[in-house]
Design a binder for this molecule. Structure first.
Ligand code: ZN
Length: 212
């Protein structure tokens, strides 16, 4: 009896150890450079890449930008803007419009990009740049407007409207396209452009969030 139980204990330990060993060997290799195979892959020579250069933003800069940004956005409570089928597919089901087909890719006008579904201010024209990737690209967002989460594919970073959680696109770092080394790749259909000087509609929050 005793021998047998020692034996089964041994087996158990062995089993555990081999599971751990397999787990360890399965650790996925971080593949930074294949972050987005659909867009032009940019510079892979990581030897010179200063990876610590994340996105330092000076405070002074930010307060200045906020002042330009027509103060606080008004808030209204109720239903989000109605969406057509394609908008629903992109915004609610995380679809992606085909490269080069979105209405704002080439837009160079001054103004603000707001969320198509809830009107929350997302991006400024001043942060838009030409990436030639086929989608509107920004190297910064309006502070607090964009939420990030790991994409369902496990490696890209999905960006969502911080207010309504609508899908915007993905954000990429380290491509060295601009000084901020960041590219928000956003579906045109997730946004609405409000030219400078035009009134920005209030941000819509669900009625359930209305304070008493
Ligand atoms: Zn939104």
């Amino acid at each position: 009896m005793k021998v047998k139980s020692w034996f089964s204990m041994g087996l158990l330990v062995l089993g555990l150890l081999s599971v751990l060993a397999i787990k360890a060997s399965e650790q996925p290799v971080r593949a930074d450079d294949d972050a987005d195979t659909t867009t032009k892959t940019v510079a892979v020579d990581e030897s010179t890449e200063p990876s610590t250069e994340a996105e330092p933003v000076s405070d002074a800069d930010e307060t200045k930008e906020d002042a330009d940004e027509a103060s606080e956005q008004k808030v209204t409570y109720g239903r989000y803007n109605p969406l057509n089928q394609f908008e629903r597919w992109v915004i609610e089901q995380k679809g992606t419009e085909r490269a080069g087909t979105g209405g704002y890719t080439e837009n160079k006008k001054e103004g603000t990009y707001i969320c198509r579904r809830c009107n929350a201010k997302l991006y400024r024209s001043g942060d838009k740049f030409e990436s030639h990737c086929g989608w509107p690209s920004f190297d910064d967002e309006i502070k607090g407007a964009v939420r990030r989460q790991t994409d369902a594919d496990g490696y890209r970073i999905e960006i969502l409207c911080a207010n309504c959680d609508g899908h915007l696109g993905h954000v990429f770092h380290g491509e060295r396209m601009t000084e901020k080394n960041t590219r928000h790749c956003v579906n045109s259909v997730s946004m609405k452009f409000i030219p400078k000087g035009k009134k920005i509609p209030p941000m819509i929050k669900p009625s359930s969030e209305k304070p008493e």
